[in-house]
Design a protein around this ligand. Sequence first.
Ligand SMILES: [Zn+2]
Length: 381
Amino acid sequence: MCLYPKLVRNPKYRVNKKNGGKVPPLKDGRVAKVPIGCGYCYECLKKKANEWRVRLAEELKTSENGKFITLTFSSEAFEYLKNQVKPRKGYMLDNEIATYAVRRFLERWRRKYKKSVKHWLITELGGNGTENIHLHGIIFTENVDEIERIWNNGTIPYGFVWKGKKKGRRVINYVSERTVNYMVKYVMKLDEKHPNYKPKILCSKGIGVGYVNSIGFRKNGYKEGDTKEVYTTSNGLKIALPIYYRNKRYSEEEREKLWIEKLDKGVRYIGGDKVDAEDDETIEELLRYHQRLNSEWGYGSPETWKVKEYEEERRELMHEKRMAKLKEKKERENTDAKCYEEKGTRSPEKSKMPKKALNELTEARRLMKEMGINFDDIEII
Ligand SMILES: [Zn+2]
């Protein structure tokens, strides 16, 4: 349960588009308000990470062609994209750029193959230098080279694509449940430099939908007082049924019944501890205890939103730093070119060109290191 829950009026009992102004009668006063999560605390993030872990593991059962990749942006591309998106600042700009670029990438893919490519991507900010935004995730395709090609064949090439371990001429890239666990950790990642940054998940609809045809899903069916609202993992662990499946399995009415049944049982869970739902004192105490832990561990909360402004300003500085570096680079290239023109020799940039065939694995390792990813942690067999 969220450590900073907020109670809001239940939209079901308000005039809305769905009910066309006909508000249903409230049978149980306790459901007049609904608790909503803050989306920042570790309980909220853990829940989100678990949901994706399950859905992606389910997806892997039917899709065997997943490729674990990293998509990056060059400073040139960042500058270009900045001018394509709505004017934004700080983290919003980062996420806006990533979203825009992925959308364009998918469009180009669709144009070529007449259908979209299944994907699950998450944004991350780097830990070094100008802490550049990049994306990690899975793209479901047989052709891993195509990812790189299409990422870079728009108006401007976007940047380096890490697409697997090189073995001779072959690229080896295979996604397993372990890769999924590794990737989903980004959802819960404690980003010390950017504690208020919210990674954005960009993904296809229906990831893991295959579960609805399973025996497990059938067993989840509503049964008054005895509904098995659980998901059984591959190693037999029973965990909460992800919201995505819950919404597919139960009607709105059944969901409300399940909620009331839970309220009747009178149990609440706070940070994994079971408490009596009526015992306000213990609840308050436990919440405060876990909230303290939450901030000690460095996770966000509504309280830290005050420092968010400072963090956003810092992020702006990073963007400016990156653009300044780019300007400097362009100016340097210009003067270099001029200088060589005068002397009638080729610029060093050009003479370097044949060397392009430098060891790609070393380059990938360098980039991954820069992004704070341990190359050896990634399971690519
Ligand atoms: Zn929360």
